[in-house]
Ligand binder design. Structure first.
Ligand code: ADE
Length: 267
């Protein structure tokens, strides 16, 4: 996969991708990351990439010309080299489509991606209307720019590319790949500060371990992200387990609230 990033701060991308799995993926030619400075596509003496908003208001807005020119230059180069097919041009913005594991999987299916990092008060609307094919947000909070979000997207996508992770740490069991959260993991020592690893994991009984892990997936998702279970397609036995667990946990909640009521009346 070839990824092109357009940013006002190319230096930010140097370090995060020069380690471990990512560096190995670059060295093995599984991914190439090309970072472009939007200012290189300006034509004035001061390399102006932003300007005041029409109609007034706080902050500056990224100008359309350098962004259009940068994207057009990158796409021309890609098309020259090969017939690239569909080429997503993605703007990172808090107004975008929420990023998810499913979206990462979708993006991992392309051979190229172009990511535009927004900045200041925003980007001229014509970039959104006439250049960008998708807008992505990494969460309901506002960062100073699209660089960190672009890095998040790149990391989540690249680790899904075939050959990037060794088969031993395949993304198959990741939290969210199945739509549910991952089971708990332990490593040696078997007992640490009086806290033992669950017996079942030392049993060598692979079927029992698989059953235990699956139950943990359900329990954990129910405790932390119950809304994910509503969307998951589960066998009947697991649906029953959820019912059972929900009843016992609502009974526990009732007990807990009685306790706090009692405490309240004593105070
Ligand atoms: N730029 C600023 N905040 C962002 C966010 N939450 N997601 C994507 N891009 C952004």
């Amino acid at each position: 996969m070839r990824i092109d990033v357009l940013t006002l701060f190319p230096e930010m991308f140097r370090l995060p991708f020069s380690f471990g799995i990512f560096q190995r993926a670059i060295d093995r030619g599984l991914v190439s990351l090309n970072v472009h400075n939007i200012r290189d596509y300006t034509h004035d003496k001061h390399h102006t990439a932003d300007d005041y908003p029409y109609g007034g208001g706080a902050g500056m807005v990224l100008k359309p010309e350098p962004i259009f020119e940068a994207v057009e230059s990158v796409t021309a180069e890609i098309h020259l080299k090969e017939d690239s097919g569909e080429l997503p041009v993605i703007l990172l913005t808090p107004q975008g489509h929420p990023f998810s594991q499913q979206l990462a999987q979708e993006l991992a299916g392309y051979s190229h991606l172009i990511l535009i990092c927004g900045h200041y008060e925003g980007v001229d609307e014509r970039v959104r209307e006439h250049l960008v094919t998708d807008e992505i947000s990494i969460g309901d909070y506002v960062l100073t720019g699209g660089e960190l979000p672009a890095m998040v997207v790149i990391d989540a996508v690249v680790r899904l590319l075939p050959g990037v992770l060794g088969s031993e740490d395949s993304p198959r069991d990741d939290s969210h790949t199945s739509g549910l959260l991952e089971y708990p993991q332990y490593t040696r020592p078997a007992v640490y500060r009086d806290w033992p690893v669950p017996d079942v994991l030392l049993s060598g009984d692979h079927a029992r371990i698989a059953r235990w892990r699956r139950e943990q997936v359900i329990r954990r998702t129910l405790e932390r992200r119950p809304e994910l279970l509503d969307k998951a397609e589960l066998p009947l036995a697991e649906k029953r387990l959820i019912e059972q667990l929900s009843t016992s946990s609502s009974q526990a909640d009732e007990k807990k609230s009685k306790l706090s009521e009692n405490r309240g009346s004593r105070e």
